[in-house]
Write a protein that binds this ligand. Sequence first.
Ligand code: NAD
Ligand code: ZN
Length: 362
Amino acid sequence: MQRLRVKSRDFDYDVVAGRGAWSAFRRFPQAGYSSIFVLTERQLWQRWRTAFLKASGLASPYEIVVPSGEESKSIRMAERVAAALLKKGADRRSLLIAFGGGVIGDLGGFVASTYMRGIDYIQAPTTVVAQVDSAIGGKTAVNVGEMKNLIGTFAPPRLVLADPVVLKTLPMRTFLSGFYEVIKHAIISGPSLFSLMEKVAGRMRPGGDRMLDRLLVRAAAVKVDIVNRDEHEADLRRLLNLGHTFGHALEEVTAYRRFLHGEAVGWGLLCAAQLGVLLKMLDKEEAERISVLIRRVGPLPTIRDLSPAKIKKLLPRDKKALAGQIHWVVPEKIGKVRIVRDVPMDLAVEALRSVQRSEVRG
Ligand SMILES: NC(=O)c1ccc[n+]([C@@H]2O[C@H](COP(=O)([O-])OP(=O)(O)OC[C@H]3O[C@@H](n4cnc5c(N)ncnc54)[C@H](O)[C@@H]3O)[C@@H](O)[C@H]2O)c1
Ligand SMILES: [Zn+2]
């Protein structure tokens, strides 16, 4: 178990990651709160409630459950959670614990940061994506229609408790999809995390083992480091968008039905690496190493049948495109990525086509 410190503009907080992390709640100053709420999903909570309460020492919190799935990340659901908080007597000194994946974390953080103009909250992430990425950094959001994360806040949690024990019950596909985000962190941060990921790839099971636990802590540390240097997404934090410009377009062109988010990012990373090669920024050998690792994580749903022309139209709509200009995050080598603004659209499409062809070959 490791304690990573995040320095936020408002206050500093710990990300406690690794086996036994939930017990860190015992040292959290609970006494100052008038009441404690857990926001979670029914099945997940049924399975983990006893273990979490026992490890954390948290005694009979109020519980608010929402349905699982991205649909819960909506203004309507935020309103329902706020109404439930009010009904159960939550006031400005209440504490909310978001116990779940990125959906619960984003929704819980959003509600906490706006309920009565903001109450404290804690992230207890339960998916790989949430433990290495979404629970860290204080970005909260809900979707509006098809527009993902349209309304949101920057609101750091008071504590993040990332215990890998909870990953045991993740469906295999959901579990594996989180590792494309881990690979993203490895490409950004450097060869040592990348090699660790190479060692672990191909034998990853939700039950985990020591090396896997270590990998997750290291991947979380990459996010902590970036957030520490750029909390409010001036520039550096945009590097985390690696693989996401293509990834989001792939999710959108398939109406969010074909890929889990991480899987779309997996393809997005392959496209970004290929774009690096076409821009002569990245060696073919490095690109190949990235490609081999991604393919070893597991099978990705096909992109063979998707129309490059349609995807091209969706690229500029990425939310991270400032004033219509896409900020492409392109790897130069493992451990170095750069933002490039003037990539010809045809070259980006060529990168996509090339990745599509490589799937056909196979
Ligand atoms: N705020 C940020 O900085 C940030 C960063 C990345 C992603 N996100 C957001 O995170 C969301 C995706 O997160 P996610 O991939 O965790 O999705 P998710 O929260 O929907 O969880 C995925 C699935 O796993 C189930 N689940 C969660 N924990 C489980 C467990 N321990 N055992 C069994 N099942 C479990 C959930 O019910 C769900 O069906 C997206 O909405 C995305 O926009 C936010
Ligand atoms: Zn992502």
